[in-house]
Write a protein of this length. Structure first.
Length: 729
């Protein structure tokens, strides 16, 4: 593949054909229509289309002469035959549309004085026609041979973008024998040029006839446009369970180049085309690779895709009525994972995460995130993963991943080398693909520390900076993070301090707005209720109930979409004052605790936590479709923050405090026995050590407390996820 032309150059005796590389580009309607008459109709449409007494396309063309976006519904209303021509043979009729636009632009622009002082026509660059339509898109899985050379509309998420290349649109050739000059057109998109094999120059007497294949390409005098290739993948929510996501190659040129970065969700209008890969075997022309030559792009990341226009008037009326009811908050969180018994505060937090706060842009350009991050940390079998799975199904955009099987590149972005062109390009990871939604990360504690550090920037600044293989760029990752983790020992141990149970760095903990300690407590009455609830869930799980729950999930998903698109709450003045005073008192309380215990809290309370309460207040207001977060919203946000992050920060005990003399003596005795059993530098299983000392008549709780105190004094160290003890001093 040559550097100056994307696509191969073919040598043939055939005349150059107008088309796009594959399929029959003619039909009876197109054959009978005169090209000139069709061009005239296109010119009439651009000049004369006048909805609401505004020359829509004429004004648009004057404002932006490089490209003109055409609404297919407008064209259909003007002349349905033109729409039929473009849909059936877009490669034939779009060039006519573009030349018509250029002629209209020339006629609209006034003459300008030239170098000689005479009035001359102004220079007009080629106009690119971009199409848009309100029709439903076709699934990428169903694009087949019947769509070749037809206009199609698909949607997906961009996972990679190539560098810009120069694509020749007309090649200038010179005969190496007679120096005859010739120009041949290149097919658009990834199509190549058809170069004749012979020169038709008639030799003079004494001249040698031109040989076979005499033409030489003159790259410097050929004409080019910018071209870029993108890879579009199915939206994660559209991929059937158990299937791999499909992707397709896109070709964009001219004004569409460098307008899309990986992670952007797109709706694309384009011509379903084919091309011959340069690596395929010679002669295998019957098998061609498909791609889409883009003739229109709409980004669907922002609220535009989920705005009021995508909801029916009945839905909007129902949503507004629901939001105005006094028990809207309670009804929403009761719909969160209804199969899970209890955990009401966790459900409320998950509801806040799904609705989110308000994203803000300060006058100096600094962006403040509105997305809420939640960490569930605790014992196994406490439904943490079930919450994650529910959010994956309910959030409008979501990606589910496990920490054990995720790398830093898989979560953020990777730089990959194309095996054909040997060029580097970007592929977005989970946090890029979930832009505008939620990333659910299970087994968060099993991630390698260096992989966990990679998402620091994505969680707070909501961007991912890449500087690899000469590629330096910034990708958006405006996502909420819902993570589930276990303590180092596998279960939450009340006999250990908070620092020992929450074995995560404070740098990552401070980025979570809410941190819930989820314990599996053994209480007879509660166990009986939970067992009854689980048996009831299993007994009633039939087809009808699953259909009902699916309807509930779909309704909740639509309501979340509407609230996120239409509502951006702000704190009222009284709520702001209440929050300010509460934050100051929380900081004072944490400072007092640090002074009493002599050690800092496992989870620091900083300005990030103040912003967390603001986001929670806005999320609570958004659930009720209120544009103002009131004092009640702030009180509920502070309560949620207190029962989660604050309780986690104060969890555990400092066992050197509040000990009776008898207990202190027993702990001292246990320490002596531990030191006799373990020499400095030796290892022993914690279970084995405790069993040996309990056989000598010691209380297991006392032995555990002695180990904790020795660990605090840095005399021993826990290894192998807390199962092995190492004596340091």
């Amino acid at each position: 593949m040559s550097g100056w032309d994307e696509g191969p150059v073919y040598y043939s005796d055939q005349a150059a054909v107008l088309g796009d590389g594959g399929g029959d580009n003619t039909n009876s309607a197109a054959a009978t229509a005169s090209r000139d008459s069709v061009r005239s109709l296109f010119k009439e449409f651009i000049r004369g289309f006048k909805p609401n007494n505004v020359f829509r396309y004429r004004e648009s063309l004057l404002q932006n002469p490089r490209s003109l976006q055409i609404d297919m519904e407008d064209l259909d209303g003007f002349n349905s035959d033109l729409t039929a021509f473009i849909r059936s043979s877009p490669a034939d009729y779009l060039p006519l549309f573009e030349s018509a636009a250029e002629e209209v632009l020339v006629s609209l622009r006034s003459k300008v004085p030239g170098e000689t002082g005479e009035m001359e026509e102004p220079d007009v660059l080629p106009v690119q026609i971009l199409l848009t339509s309100k029709e439903d898109h076709v699934s990428m899985r169903y694009l087949g041979a019947q769509y070749i050379s037809k206009l199609v509309k698909i949607s997906g998420i961009t996972i990679s973008a190539s560098r810009i290349k120069a694509k020749s649109i007309r090649l200038k050739l010179v005969c190496k024998n007679c120096k005859n000059v010739k120009e041949v057109p290149c097919r658009p998109g990834l199509g190549g040029a058809i170069i004749p094999r012979s020169c038709h120059h008639v030799p003079q007497p004494g001249e040698e006839p031109c040989p076979l294949d005499p033409w030489i390409v003159i790259p410097d005098e050929s004409k080019y446009v910018d071209l870029q290739t993108l890879k579009l993948q199915e939206n994660p929510e559209d991929v059937p369970t158990g299937e791999l996501p499909r992707n397709i190659l896109l070709s964009v040129d001219r004004s569409l180049v460098q307008s899309i970065v990986p992670g952007t969700r797109l709706t694309v209008m384009g011509i379903y085309s084919t091309f011959q890969p340069s690596t395929s075997q010679r002669g295998a022309v019957a098998i061609r690779q498909s791609y889409i030559r883009v003739v229109g792009i709409e980004e669907t990341n922002e609220a535009s895709s989920r705005g009021a226009g995508s909801f029916t008037s009945e839905e909007v009326e129902e949503f507004k009525k629901f939001g105005s009811e006094p028990d809207a908050y309670k009804r929403i969180y009761s719909k969160i994972a209804p199969s899970i018994f209890g955990h009401d505060d966790v459900k409320k937090a998950v509801a806040c995460l799904l609705f989110g706060g308000s994203r803000k842009i300060l006058p100096d350009g600094v962006k403040l995130r509105g997305d809420i991050n939640v960490l569930l940390l605790g014992d196994p079998s406490t439904a943490k993963s079930q919450f994650l799975k529910f959010v994956e199904k309910t959030a409008p955009i979501s990606v589910y991943t496990s920490g054990k099987g995720s790398s830093a590149a898989g979560l953020t972005a990777s730089v990959i080398r194309d095996s054909k062109s040997r060029e580097f390009y970007l592929e977005g990871g989970a946090m890029v693909l979930a832009d505008g939604g939620v990333v659910c990360i299970d087994e968060f504690d099993k991630m390698r520390p260096e992989d966990r550090v990679a998402i620091h920037e994505a969680m707070e600044q909501q961007t991912i900076s890449i500087a690899k293989a000469g590629i330096t760029t910034v990708l958006n990752s405006r996502t909420s993070v819902l993570a589930a983790a276990n303590p180092p020992s596998g279960h939450y141990d009340d006999l250990k301090t908070a620092q020992d149970n929450i074995d995560l760095q404070t740098t990552i903990l401070s980025r979570f707005d809410l941190i819930f300690i989820v314990k599996d407590t053994t209480v007879y009455s509660q166990d009986k209720i939970i067992a009854g609830h689980i048996i009831k869930v299993h007994a009633s799980a039939n087809v009808n109930s699953s259909e009902t729950s699916s309807k509930e999930e779909n309704w909740l998903k639509r309501y979340i979409q509407y609230c996120r698109a239409e509502c951006r709450p702000r704190l009222s003045e009284t709520a702001s004052t209440l929050l300010q005073n509460s934050y100051v008192s929380i900081r004072q309380g944490m400072r007092q605790q640090a002074n009493d215990t002599g050690e800092a809290a496992a989870i620091p309370i900083t300005v990030r936590q103040l912003e967390a309460i603001i986001r929670l207040s806005e999320g609570l207001a958004k659930m009720k479709l209120s544009h103002v977060a009131t004092e009640d919203d702030v009180k509920e946000a502070i309560r949620l923050f207190t029962v989660s992050t604050m309780d986690a920060a104060k969890s555990g005990m400092n066992y050197e405090m509040n000990l009776t003399p008898e207990m202190a003596s027993e702990i001292k005795q246990a320490e002596t026995h531990i030191k006799r059993r373990m020499g400095i530098g030796n290892h022993i299983s914690e279970r084995k050590l405790i069993d040996e000392l309990t056989r000598r008549g010691m209380n297991e709780s006392i032995v555990r407390r002695a180990l904790i105190i020795m660990h605090q004094r840095d005399e021993i160290e826990y290894k192998r996820e807390g199962r092995t003890i190492f004596r340091k001093a």
